[in-house]
Design a protein around this ligand. Structure first.
Ligand code: ASP
Length: 322
């Protein structure tokens, strides 16, 4: 009797997993709509749905506190596969930036796999008198104490890049935090802030349209995307070793059944092979992940390594933190 009951319960559990998903899935983006993380999530959602019974994949923007508010929401969500998180490098840099984190990065999530890597660009308002990186540095030197640097809050990629940039130049700037770089871009376009580091997924269109001035890329290699290929790297411009590349990964709340995590992983792997998705990402300077970080275990190892890598760099740049 007991055995039959256990067998029935197990069959019930297997049935529940097999039925997943039978209602819309929400991906929390911990930044404002229209920004780089949001753009990746919305593009991904379309192809991901194909591998998830064609269920609707909804994007919920929970911006604020450099991505930690949205990540905390997912850490506390029901572990049933219906609430996921798409987050970037902030997952690894926040622990060094916040005295008290609202979640445990390595223990409060199931790691599903990585999505892409995205370089950043150093851009400025179109009315800045500088037209190239050397002129920008001269302008920054001459305007110490008056420079407004936009970012998406403590822990965001734009914050990390801006922090390292200030440290490298030894120029303290007034940082202006937003809930994402979409609203920050609006203010940059309006001339309310001076400069910003942001992912190419958000800046390429504005650079192409000549609406912002682009000064450099943050990776050590120049980019091949036509609109960005002429931009020098910060490394070759004098900031030797400057190298910031953003990555995105997918997470579920800790305790999400393995069968469901595996199912999302399978759907992600298929989505990341979608030629249309790859083409769109490449056009925006992003590179879709194809290596072993597509697995949850390797994704987690990579985040651990990133925490170890960025922690000391952030602490060293501490005097420039907000
Ligand atoms: N990725 C941006 C940043 O970290 C935020 C955003 O996606 O809006 O600065």
């Amino acid at each position: 009797m007991k055995k039959t009951l256990i067998a029935l319960t197990l069959a019930g559990l297997a049935g529940a997993a097999a039925a997943y998903p039978d209602k819309p899935i929400t991906i929390v983006v911990p930044f404002a709509a229209g920004g780089p993380t949001d753009k990746v999530a919305r593009d991904l959602a379309v192809v991901l749905a194909k591998g998830l019974n064609n269920q609707t994949v909804i994007i919920e923007n929970v911006g604020g506190a450099g991505g930690t508010l949205g990540a905390a929401k997912v850490a506390k969500a029901a572990p049933d596969g219906y609430t996921l998180l798409l987050h970037h490098i902030g997952m690894a840099t926040s622990p060094a930036l916040y005295r008290k984190m609202p979640y445990d990065t390595l223990n409060d999530f199931e790691y599903i796999g990585m999505v892409n890597e995205v370089p950043m660009t150093l851009i400025g308002r179109s009315t800045l008198p500088a037209n190239n990186y050397a002129e920008l540095v001269k302008w920054l030197e001459a305007n110490k104490g008056k420079i407004n640097l936009a970012n998406a809050g403590l822990g965001a990629a734009s914050h990390l890049c801006g922090l390292l940039f200030q440290q490298a130049l030894k120029i303290d700037m007034t940082t202006v935090p937003y809930k994402g770089t979409a609203p920050a871009m609006t203010d940059l376009l309006g001339g309310q802030v001076d400069i910003m580091c942001d992912q190419t997924t958000n800046t390429t269109g504005q650079i192409e349209a000549g609406k912002v001035k682009a000064f450099a890329v943050t990776t050590t290699k120049r980019l091949t995307t036509p609109a960005l290929s002429k931009l020098p790297t910060l490394d070759e411009s004098g900031l030797k070793g400057f190298n910031v590349s953003i990555w995105h990964g997918m997470y579920a709340p800790k305790g999400t059944p393995k069968a469901i995590v595996d199912q999302i992983n399978t759907a992600m792997r298929a989505a990341l092979k979608d030629p249309e998705f790859i083409k769109r990402q490449e056009a925006l300077g992003a590179v879709v992940v194809t290596d072993n970080r597509l697995s949850g275990a390797e994704h987690k190892k990579f985040v651990e390594a990133e925490i170890a890598k960025w922690g000391p760099a952030i602490k060293a740049a501490g005097q420039y933190a907000d």
